[in-house]
Design a binder for this molecule. Structure first.
Ligand code: V07
Length: 254
């Protein structure tokens, strides 16, 4: 008779990780990575410790996205409103792209990930621009996951910029007023080369858009969780993907 083994249950095993392939995975997932400051406060740490923890969760999230065959992942990393934060916090945040890439770029290249950004790139500090530009160039021919960072991004500014640029082109008689439609305006947005998100995730319990992708989210499914961004795990991500799968299954049944 075989000896009975002691029963172990690790914390990780309490929630089984989805190993079977998900069906109807969203092609494009956008995430508002909120709750880093609150996470740090709860632990009695400075806010920047939350941002650092959040950065490592970005890497895990990219791996989950690759694993489940998501094609585009757009992450809201720095908004045009974030400049209003204390100077030392802004500087810390804007050093994170370089730090992230220093640690993880080789892995991203191995995983066939292409890095892109949306937002006012030119107004970023040199140390941010140089690191990100280098990563964009290094990964430009990769055809796996498109990892799209919203950096110095604000949706109303994006739409205004698009309209101004479109009016300039109309002045130069590239097209007439009658030709201006949704499709044409879309071509002037930062997101001209990507499809609209299928799923938007926002962590940390807030249920607003905070000037993120206002035009592009017109038909997107929204998914909110109270989990703070540094606690966002594969389990939580897969739960969002499964809820998305169930929602679209219902629509399909009608
Ligand atoms: C930032 C970590 C995630 C939580 C939200 C705020 C703090 C990764 C990047 C990044 C950006 C561009 C890039 C490579 C990495 C990043 C900022 C903040 C400004 F090419 N995380 N992360 N950028 N946080």
């Amino acid at each position: 008779m075989p000896m009975k083994l002691p029963f172990f249950k690790s914390k990780k095993e309490e929630i089984p990780i989805q190993t079977e392939e998900l069906t109807n995975v969203p092609e494009h997932v956008a995430i508002i990575m909120d709750g880093n400051g609150r996470w740090a406060k709860q632990k009695g740490l400075p806010r920047i410790a939350g941002h650092k923890a959040g950065m490592d969760v970005v890497k895990d999230t990219v791996e989950t996205a690759v694993k489940h065959n998501i094609k585009i992942l757009t992450l809201f990393a720095f908004s045009t409103e974030n400049w209003k934060r204390p100077k030392h916090e802004v500087e810390y945040l804007l050093r994170l792209p370089k730090e992230f890439l220093h640690i993880y770029l080789p892995d991203l290249i191995k995983n066939n990930v292409r890095i892109e950004t949306i937002g006012d790139f030119d107004s970023l500090p040199g140390y941010t621009k140089e690191a990100v530009q280098y990563a964009k160039e290094k990964t430009k021919d990769n055809d796996g996951l498109l990892l799209n960072f919203a950096l110095n991004y604000g949706s109303r500014k994006e739409i205004l910029r698009a309209i101004k640029s479109m009016m300039e082109d109309m002045d130069n008689e590239e097209f007439s007023l009658e030709q201006v439609d949704e499709k044409l305006l879309s071509k002037y947005l930062y997101t001209h080369n990507v499809s609209d998100p299928d799923l938007l995730i926002r962590t940390s319990g807030e249920q607003r858009l905070s000037n993120f992708l206002l035009w592009q989210l017109a038909y997107t499914e929204f998914w909110f969780t109270d989990v703070l961004w540094p606690d966002f795990t594969e389990e939580v991500f897969v739960k969002a993907l499964m809820d998305y799968q169930n929602r679209s299954r219902r629509y399909g049944g009608i």
